[in-house]
Each structure stands twice: as C-alpha cells, then as structure tokens.
Ligand binder design. Structure first.
Ligand code: EPS
Length: 384
C-alpha cells in the first residue's frame, strides 16, 4: 500500500514527508525528480512575497541508497527559510515564549472553525497548519509517485483553464511547452495576458481571484480502481484527493458539467477494438473512468479553486475573543494561487494513480511491477 503523511507548520523549521510503500529499485534523485516540481509550484503570476523568501529543495533523509529506493519508507525534508524570521512566535519550547494571539478570523479560512474544533484561543495555532505551505510537502510526495509512474508509462500534466472571469474553451491537446512558458500555466498566450491583467486589477483592488485547472494522466491502463465498492471507486478517490487541496471547492471528472446539460446520446464514449492496440473509445468525455474503473483513455478532471481568503482589503468578520465585528486579520498574501494549485493537482492525481497501480501490480519492487504490467497489458489486448 502506498501512503504518505506530512508534518510541519508554515513558519516552523521544516516540512517533513514520509512516503511509504515505494517499490525497491526505483532511481530517485531529489534534484532531478523532486525539485523541478517544487520550483513549478512556487511559480505562477499572482504569488505573494513569501515565495521570494523560499527556494524549496527536498532532501531525502531515508529510504534511498546509492540512488535507488530500498523499499523502506522514503523520508523527505523541505526547509522553511522563513523560519529564521519566526523563531520567536513559533518557538517550540515554553521558556520565555510570548504569545500575541490572532483573533480577527478571516472569512473563508479555517481560522474560526479550527479554533472552535481544537478549543484554541489563537488563530495562529490553526493557520500555521491550515496553510497552503503544506502543499509543498504534497508536491514532494507526488514527485516520488511521478518518478514511479514515469517507469510505468504514465505522464501527468496540467493547465489553467480559468482565472476569475477570463477562461478558454476546453481542449484535448495542449502544448506542454506553452503551458510552462505561460506565467499563469495557460496554453493560450492571449488568454494568459488577460489573466495576468485580471490578477493585476485584483491586486489594485486589494482583492483575490480563483479559477479552474485541468489535470490529466495519460498512459493509464484500463482496470485500475473498482466498480464493486464505494470506497474503492477510483473516480471517488481522485475527487477526494483533488478536493482536499486548499481552496478547492469542486472537482469535475471528465466533462461532468456539460454531461449534466446534455442528452445521453451526446455524452457516452463508444468503445471500439483497434487491432494491435486493444479496446479504445472514440471520445473521452467520461474522463478515462467508467463505473469507478479506468477505461484505458487518459484520466482527466477539472479542479475549481475559490479565491484565497486573505484579502489586502479585509472582509468584515468577528473577533473570536470578544464577538465584536472587526476587519479580518492581514499580514501578507497571494493574490491568485490557481497556477500553483494546478501543480499541486498534478501531484495529487499522480499520487492516486500510482497507489492504484501499486495495488494492481504488486509494489515490492519496480521489476515486479514492470513485469506484471507487461503481462497485464498483453492480456487486455486480447479480444475474447
Ligand atoms: C498562506 C499564506 C502565505 C502563502 C502561503 C499560504 O504565506 P505567508 O503567511 O508566509 O505569507 O504564501 O503559501 C506558502 C507559503 C506556499 O509555499 O505555498 C496561507 O495562509 O495559507
């Protein structure tokens, strides 16, 4: 079983990730396989000043020897450079600690719900962990999954479809170079410019913007997941993983919203048998998933992000200590995180697919997985 756990506060010393169940024999190098994804997550037009402080790098501290995974847990550490500025407020020990509680909770942030849940009188105790900083740890875990997926013929990618009111139509072919070249990870240069202008205008107003990103996994074999039990359906697992990303309030598998508006005759993907290739579909509106099981087409989903909840022009809110109506707390913030969120969505989709492949193919060693994949592919090409 593949699983990962993360720990770390946004302004604490470091983020820590433990990835368990990585097969033995996978070549893994942090600078080659993980850091480029961390860098992509840090980018994107509309980020705040924090990203000028951090230069995320993952250090592998367990589970790899001589460049190859051992089959034991892989442990990773990402240092928070900003810790140097927060040693006082974030100190671990009690002696000499002075608390300056944050009580003007932000609408749309976990501040208030977290204080109520854990009986805390300081929103900082909540916001340090309910921070998108945690997504750096997820991207590191996802990068390990993607290193495995690359050896199993799967590629994961993403692109931004909407920022605020600026959107482009859905497309099934996207030039990855155009996405990487865009400051907002949008493959259309004209729309990219309009998105950048929309972010600038939001910044001027002291406001924030959300949007939507498409995330795709290609090269996925048919038969991952299950139609037999609710908690093993892969579409459900993908939706959970993507919806758990901070700011995400909605996930569509395939062309779900369009399907809801259309008659059945225009929605379903007809299968065909292609000699030498096996079963294929003439279209892929179902997002590569039928009945909770992959059908051999690329898996794709659209992730909808709400605008982030820390606004320079603060929203009216409440002081959690006094109950008085006040302006919400503000230190500094991002304006738009959709481009970065798309990279996090890649990590989460890659993670779920890698976990499903490990379950299907046996995950003790990479050689075992590759052998089983080759045998499985042969059997799925047969017309019975
Ligand atoms: C975040 C607030 C900002 C973001 C942070 C998430 O951090 P700070 O409070 O230090 O300015 O930059 O995101 C990251 C640090 C990151 O690496 O993505 C929040 O409140 O969620």
């Amino acid at each position: 079983m593949l699983r990962f756990l993360t720990a770390g506060e946004s302004h604490g010393p470091q983020l820590t990730v433990i990835v368990e169940g990585v097969p033995a024999g996978l070549s893994l190098d942090a600078r080659r396989d993980i850091d480029p994804h961390l860098r992509r997550r840090q980018g994107g037009y509309g980020r705040g000043k924090r990203q000028q402080i951090e230069q995320d790098h993952a250090e592998i501290v367990a589970g790899v020897r001589g460049g190859l995974t051992l089959g034991s847990p892989v442990a990773l550490v990402i240092t928070n450079r900003d810790w140097d500025n927060w040693r006082g407020p974030m100190q671990v020990t009690a002696a000499g600690f002075k608390r300056k509680p944050v009580s003007r909770v932000r609408p749309g942030h976990a501040d208030l719900a977290g204080m109520l849940k854990y009986d805390l009188d300081d929103a900082r105790d909540v916001l340090e962990r309910a921070s998108a900083r945690e997504t750096a740890a997820r991207v590191a875990a996802g990068a390990v999954a993607m290193a495995l997926l690359a050896r199993l013929g799967v590629q994961v990618s993403s692109w931004v479809q909407r920022i605020g009111a600026v959107a482009i139509d859905w497309r099934d072919q996207v030039d990855p170079a155009a996405v990487e070249a865009s400051p907002v990870r949008c493959p259309d240069p004209g729309a990219s410019e309009r998105m950048v202008a929309a972010i600038d205008a939001a910044r001027e107003r002291g406001d924030t913007l959300g949007g939507s990103a498409v995330v795709t996994a290609s090269g996925v074999v048919a038969g991952l997941g299950s139609y037999a039990q609710w908690d093993r359906k892969l579409d459900g697992l993908i939706a959970q993983a993507l919806c758990s990303i901070p700011s995400v309030k909605g996930v569509e598998i395939g062309a779900a919203a369009a399907a809801a508006r259309s008659p059945g005759s225009q929605v379903h993907d007809s299968p065909r048998y292609v000699e030498g290739e096996g079963f294929r579909h003439l279209s892929n509106r179902q997002g590569g998933l039928t009945g909770g099981v992959t059908d051999g087409e690329p898996v794709w989903a659209t992730v909808h992000f709400k605008p982030i909840s820390t606004l320079l022009a603060p929203l009216r809110s409440v002081d959690a200590h006094t109950g008085a109506e006040v302006n919400a707390h503000y230190e500094r913030s991002d304006i738009c995180v959709v481009p970065a969120g798309a990279v996090v969505a890649e990590a989460m989709l890659g993670w779920v697919i890698a976990a499903a492949m490990t379950e299907k193919l046996g995950g003790d060693s990479l050689s075992e997985m590759r052998r089983n994949l080759a045998g499985y592919r042969r059997s799925t090409r047969r017309l019975r």
